[in-house]
Ligand binder design. Structure first.
Ligand SMILES: *[C@@H]1O[C@H](CO)[C@@H](O)[C@H](O)[C@H]1NC(C)=O
Ligand SMILES: *[C@@H]1O[C@H](CO)[C@@H](O)[C@H](O)[C@H]1NC(C)=O
Ligand SMILES: *[C@@H]1O[C@H](CO)[C@@H](O)[C@H](O)[C@H]1NC(C)=O
Ligand SMILES: *[C@@H]1O[C@H](CO)[C@@H](O)[C@H](O)[C@H]1NC(C)=O
Ligand SMILES: *[C@@H]1O[C@H](CO)[C@@H](O)[C@H](O)[C@H]1NC(C)=O
Ligand SMILES: [Fe+2]
Length: 456
């Protein structure tokens, strides 16, 4: 019986290989309801001590990481807004002052939110930092990214649509075990908006939950639809209100006018973050910024060009099918012309990786609407599989489109290890009922330095 099944599988594999078809993974996760961790879960616990700083997180404070922005919340009173930092816990002789903000959301009032940019940091150096002076002091550390250069290795974690379920906790644990140096987060953080009145206490629990990683290494934020928090029925009409109060981005350093689109340069990568939920039509600020930004990319210094956005342009899942289409039509040609290496998206709660395909010839009368193999095109990766409460998107379109290389309806995260200007190793890690399993991996070659056909 088992042998016959194996033979059948082999025959199928041969057939698939012959047709050069992509793979729709047959793996099925254990069927169980995705549930948010309860409010008394260990990962949500507030740190002990009066007015103890909580929800500590860091992100780049400038384009390359010689500045780092530290954010935290104090629950009882504003407290001391100074961050002390230095090369060891005993010599935190540098200091910087935070800005303080708060916001109301319907009948919720946030804690005291602090943002403090530590400047004059050196590349590739471990720093210790502490805050909460006068009451409860907490100390953390991070290592600044290496100076940008063409052959500087670096390992990114790729996470999206995380939420705060037991599966979300597995995703973070598996990422920690895989050991990346910074996270490219493709949007949809807390899913607080799934609660009545967008219960913003769930923004607080989320930030306490991820502190164990993001207090120690920068996560780069992309805005997703769950960051909009737009609810006119309860009088909340300021887009992205909780997100912008809580999660700063280094947009000014990138010549941007809004926190939702910006760029950074880490090691050998130039990373462009776009907003699927801000206008991007011709002449809009985001359109104008991107048109100029692509001209600022220097592949000799930062060979890898990576774009982050929330709503995918290539997605063969019936869930959110074609939602990213208008943005694709607006920008795909630019990205192909710029030879972007990878476009990372989330939104669809599944995993999918594309071959190098483009769909830029169609002009409304010529009928050329089918995506075609194109070695100048990026690989599109959907990692909206962080494990949030909305569950898995397991309804893929049939037949599998030619552009799709691999797709699977499971939760997990990915890692991208840039080795040098020509090679990067990409791996997707499925959360397999508690264990982590590498379920898809590929060597990617750089579109500028070695544009070989790498996407099979
Ligand atoms: C979350 O994961 C961490 C690390 O694996 C573990 O210590 C903790 O107990 C988990 N919490 C929940 C609520 O599952
Ligand atoms: C805040 O803490 C720093 C570091 O201990 C100290 O130098 C400063 O005087 C404190 N500020 C206030 C207003 O207490
Ligand atoms: C906000 O309003 C909801 C619904 O009326 C209520 O359940 C909740 O306790 C209120 N929260 C606060 C902080 O007043
Ligand atoms: C999958 O999606 C298609 C297209 O939206 C729909 O017709 C079909 O009913 C869905 N199948 C399931 C099992 O939900
Ligand atoms: C770049 O890295 C790849 C993968 O590790 C390796 O095979 C290749 O030799 C490296 N190139 C150079 C010029 O070192
Ligand atoms: Fe989303």
């Amino acid at each position: 019986m088992a042998a016959r099944r194996l033979l059948g599988l082999l025959a199928l594999a041969v057939l698939l290989a012959a047709a050069d078809a992509g793979v729709t993974s047959a793996y099925r996760r254990k069927l169980e309801a995705t549930a948010d961790m309860p409010l008394d879960a260990d990962v949500f616990r507030a740190p002990p001590g009066y007015n103890a700083p909580q929800q500590v997180h860091i992100t780049l404070g400038d384009q390359t990481g010689t500045a780092m922005t530290v954010s935290w919340v104090t629950p009882d009173e504003p407290g001391n807004g100074t961050v002390a930092y230095g090369l060891s816990p005993e010599t935190m002789v540098l200091s910087a002052k935070a800005t303080l903000t708060r916001y109301d959301y319907y009948n919720y009032t946030s804690g005291f939110i602090h943002h403090c940019t530590l400047t004059k940091l050196k590349h590739g150096v471990k720093y210790y930092y502490a805050m909460g002076f006068g009451h409860t002091v907490r100390t953390f550390s991070f290592t600044t990214p290496p100076k940008p250069g063409p052959d500087v290795p670096f390992k990114f974690g790729l996470i999206g649509d995380l939420g705060q379920t037991f599966d979300s906790n597995s995703t973070v644990s598996h990422y920690e075990a895989n050991g990346g140096d910074a996270v490219l987060f493709v949007g949809d953080l807390s899913y607080a908006d799934n609660y009545p009145l967008h219960d913003n206490n769930r923004w607080d629990t989320w930030a306490r939950f991820v502190e164990r990683s993001v207090a120690y290494q920068p996560w780069l934020w992309t805005a997703g639809n769950h960051e909009l928090d737009y609810d006119p029925e309860i009088g909340e009409t300021t887009l992205f209100k909780p997100f912008t109060h809580r999660y700063p981005t280094p947009y000014r350093a990138a010549g941007s006018t809004e926190p939702f689109w910006y760029s950074v340069k880490i090691a050998s990568a130039h990373i462009i973050v776009l907003s699927s939920y801000s206008s991007y039509g011709k002449y809009t600020p985001q359109w104008l910024w991107l048109s100029q930004e692509l001209g600022r990319v220097d592949r000799k210094t930062t060979p890898w060009l990576i774009v982050l956005l929330h709503s995918p342009w290539y997605n063969s899942n019936n869930y959110h099918y074609m939602e990213g289409e208008t943005m694709r039509v607006q920008f795909e040609r630019w990205l192909v012309d710029a030879k972007v290496d990878i476009v990372l998206a989330g939104h669809v709660h599944s995993y999918e990786r594309s071959r190098r395909f483009s769909n830029i010839e169609y002009d409304i009368v010529n009928g050329k609407a089918t995506p075609v193999h194109n070695l100048d095109a990026p690989v599109y990766i959907n990692i909206g599989d962080g494990g949030n409460i909305e569950g898995i998107a397991d309804n893929f379109t049939k037949p599998m489109p030619a552009y799709s290389a691999f797709r699977e309806a499971s939760f997990g995260h990915a890692t991208l290890e840039i080795k040098n200007r020509t090679h990067a190793y990409y791996e997707w890690h499925r959360n397999h009922d508690g264990a982590k399993v590498t379920a898809d991996s590929v060597w990617l070659t750089n579109r500028y330095w070695m544009p070989t056909d790498d996407s099979n």
